[in-house]
Write a protein that binds this ligand. Structure first.
Ligand code: GDP
Ligand code: MN
Length: 380
């Protein structure tokens, strides 16, 4: 789950990382009031779950409350990469002497958290990595050993920070960021820019914070931060129905049982020349209601032109899935073409049930590749 900047900053604040004082606003009037309360110049920042807000006109400095209101009028409703701005963060403006970059994420290849730090912050980190890779210092932390203060010093010296007070403040923030990462079950904590003010104070001017969805049960306060309005409506529907669903952008709806088989199904659709519209895992049960729930999510995606059911019966019984599919077709009056491949426990029985009912839009294929090819043809 991705957090808004202001939510990420709240978590930063809890572990002691310095952040600016600010207020949330949803109307120009609230932005004005926030600016009055904060006093002095403020920065009006679009709260959207995407980066590059500055370039898109979503971050504006205001000298006073009147300007804050005017900027808020322009920023609310702005479309930033498909995200419409509804919330603003009004923060006391900071004077910036330097912009650094600091992040902590997972390096899945090495199975360790990875710190990245550079004094070339503020801009796209991809650009720094491509043009001046040596300026980007990388350091892995062994999760079993935990974080050690020498690692912070290595990052700071490695990036060429020479001012002792800066070194000290950044090293402390690096340790605090590791704390936040572990304590809140984060998958990404990024600070771009981490600024140094002309007075030599280091603080986080921005925050990108992603929390592991599977750990949210341990953090009800963070789970509550979710903005259901901003979520993909299909993913929100799937969550409400307890369906494991990820929206992709092709035309073939994919439904498998078990994450491994479903991923292979996504691959085989691509191999057959098509593009998967989604990833949907029925899980181990594959009972009738599960099939109905999954189909009710998949078929609400207007991009879906055909659905491919790929079921391998282990614990799941194929006859049960076949009944589920028929029940779903019956209840939902679906006309989309569907291709079903059943194998494993009670597969013959399952195929017989489908053949007997024989709805016109249902196609049964014996192998995964044939089924995928058929589904891709039908979606074309
Ligand atoms: P992003 O574009 O979505 O990454 O949003 P940021 O929060 O990183 O802001 C973009 C840029 O706006 C920063 O790199 C700064 O240069 C500028 N900016 C943001 N807040 C302030 C501020 O308080 N004072 C000043 N002077 N510039 C700011
Ligand atoms: Mn930023």
């Amino acid at each position: 789950m991705d957090l808004y900047e202001y939510q990420g900053k709240e978590l930063f604040r809890r572990v002691g990382i310095p952040v600016g004082d600010g207020r949330l606003a949803t109307t120009p009037g609230e932005a004005r009031q926030a600016a009055e309360v904060l006093g002095g110049p403020v920065v009006i920042k679009a709260q959207v779950l995407t980066g590059g807000r500055g370039k898109a006109g979503g971050v504006k400095l205001a000298r006073n409350a009147h300007e804050a209101e005017e900027h808020a009028k322009n920023i609310i409703g702005l479309d930033i990469k498909g995200h419409v701005v509804k919330r603003l963060w009004v923060e006391q403006a900071s004077d910036i002497a330097k912009e650094y970059y600091l992040s902590l994420t997972f390096d899945r290849g090495v199975k360790k958290p990875l710190f990245m730090f550079t004094t070339q912050g503020g801009i796209d980190i991809e650009q720094v990595a491509a043009e001046t890779p040596d300026a980007l210092v990388r350091l892995h932390v062994d999760p079993l050993e935990g974080f050690n203060p020498w690692q912070a010093r290595r990052l700071v010296y490695g990036a060429g920070v020479t001012e002792p007070s800066e070194q000290k403040q950044i090293a402390k923030i690096i340790g605090q960021l590791y704390d936040a990462f572990v304590r809140f079950d984060a998958m990404l904590c990024e600070v771009n820019p981490l600024i140094v003010t002309p007075d030599g104070i280091v603080k986080a001017l921005d925050s990108k914070f992603t929390v592991d969805d599977n750990a949210l049960y341990r953090h009800p306060d963070i789970a509550e931060m979710r903005d259901e309005d901003a979520a993909d409506p299909l993913e929100a529907l799937a969550r409400a129905k307890h369906v494991t669903y990820v929206k992709l952008d092709g035309e073939v709806g994919v439904c498998g049982n078990g994450a491994g088989l479903t991923m292979s199904t996504v691959d085989v659709v691509t191999f057959a020349g098509g593009r998967p519209a989604n990833f949907c895992d029925l899980g181990g049960g594959g009972d009738a209601q599960g099939v109905v729930d999954a189909l009710s999510v998949i078929t609400q995606d207007p991009q879906v032109k055909a659905v491919f059911f790929n079921i391998f019966g282990g614990i799941t019984r194929c006859d049960e899935v076949a009944r589920g599919i028929l029940q779903a077709l019956d209840e939902m009056k679906l006309e989309l073409p569907m291709v079903v491949r059943l194998d494993g426990t009670n597969a013959e029985e399952g195929r017989r049930i489908l053949a007997e009912a024989a709805p016109a839009n249902l196609h049964v294929s014996p192998t995964m590749l044939e089924a995928a090819t058929r589904a891709v043809e039908l979606a074309a």
